[in-house]
Design a protein around this ligand. Structure first.
Ligand SMILES: NC(=O)c1ccc[n+]([C@@H]2O[C@H](COP(=O)([O-])OP(=O)(O)OC[C@H]3O[C@@H](n4cnc5c(N)ncnc54)[C@H](OP(=O)(O)O)[C@@H]3O)[C@@H](O)[C@H]2O)c1
Length: 306
């Protein structure tokens, strides 16, 4: 079996390549193409067609996205291209080469006012990122009607710079010791990128066997936490001072972040069978520990969505 993972240089894509490691897997990057990654501009239909024509995959996974708030605000054309145009072109390419497609989307398509959200709940994105993710879903469905759209909540996992995820950025703030206010209203469901990748792998298997699930699937960890609660968990686990941490409501007050966009996963669980949930309390220490030193690099090329 052959798989192509678009966006394999990113947080999720890197774990996806591992999860599909028993297949012949080709990963693409754009600005980061170290190792075996192939450089592909996903806003170029020709570049996508060339790659898919060469690799002839059974399954395509699209992890391309532009989730940096600085780009939504400052370079909307680029953010739209990375989120919407790339999604449409990859979906067209997958259909043309006869591969099944899993397209990664986000819980930010919901407004967070009435959780839990089912795959057929009415989306109502609050910010540009959520609107782009929703527009991308529509484009994918039109271009490749049998694609599976997998919506995920905020992810954590091994990172290359602290700001690559909310969790590692918060860990850095806890360790830095400077006064910091963290939102204590919006509830997130941090999900390990390896768990998301494993679910995607299982979903891909089901699709390749020719099964047709609903076009949208949800996956999420079960434990809900605010950023402030995550900070306290980190401080407690590593015996760090917590007096500089203040509970705030910045994300909620801004009005463009869902307060609670919990995704209901029962449909996908029924289709896949038992899936091992990775428990946040058990997983987070290994992920944050390397970032608890003030010397660790905070910013890399990419900045996490808020
Ligand atoms: N991270 C989260 O918390 C989260 C939560 C829910 C859903 N998602 C969704 O999951 C997907 C993956 O997210 P992520 O966190 O892994 O993102 P990420 O770390 O920012 O990685 C994004 C990937 O997209 C690639 N890319 C961006 N523009 C491209 C272009 N024009 N052509 C080709 N590749 C391009 C990047 O390549 P280079 O870096 O090499 O340029 C990178 O491989 C996205 O759809 C995102 O919206 C993420």
């Amino acid at each position: 079996m052959r798989a192509v993972i678009f966006g394999a240089s990113g947080l999720l894509g890197r774990r996806m390549v591992r999860a599909f490691g028993d297949m012949t897997v080709t990963g693409t990057g754009f600005s980061r193409t170290a190792g075996a990654l192939v450089a592909v501009d996903a806003t170029s239909a020709d570049a996508i067609a060339r790659l898919l024509g060469r690799e002839r995959p059974d399954i395509v996974v699209n992890c391309v996205g532009e989730r940096r708030p600085a780009v939504w605000a400052g370079e909307p054309d680029r953010a739209r291209a990375g989120n919407v145009d790339a999604a449409r072109l990859i979906a067209k390419g997958a259909r043309r080469c006869g591969a099944r497609l899993v397209h990664i989307s986000s819980d930010y398509v919901f407004d967070g006012m009435a959780p839990p959200y089912q795959p057929d709940s009415l989306p109502n994105p609050l910010n540009a990122y959520g609107r782009w993710k929703l527009t991308a879903e529509h484009a994918v469905r039109a271009a490749c009607p049998d694609a599976a759209i997998l919506r995920l909540p905020v992810l954590y996992g091994p990172v290359r710079f602290a700001a690559e995820t909310n969790l590692t950025e918060i860990a850095h703030q806890v360790a830095a010791g400077a006064p910091v206010q963290l939102d204590d209203v919006c509830v997130r469901y941090p999900t390990h990128a390896d768990e998301a990748a494993e679910v995607c792998r299982r979903l891909a298997e089901v699709l390749v066997k020719g099964k047709h699930l609903g076009s949208v699937a949800h996956w999420s960890a079960e434990q809900g936490l605010t950023k402030y609660q995550m900070a306290h968990l980190i401080a407690r686990r590593f015996d760090l001072p917590a007096g500089h941490l203040r509970a705030g409501e910045a994300d909620a007050a801004a009005g463009d972040r869902p307060v609670d966009a919990r995704l209901d996963c029962h449909d996908l669980l029924a289709a896949l069978g038992p899936v091992r949930h990775r428990l946040f309390d058990i997983e987070f220490p290994a992920v944050v520990e390397p970032w608890l030193t003030p010397a660790a690099p905070v910013r890399g090329r990419r900045k996490d969505r808020a």
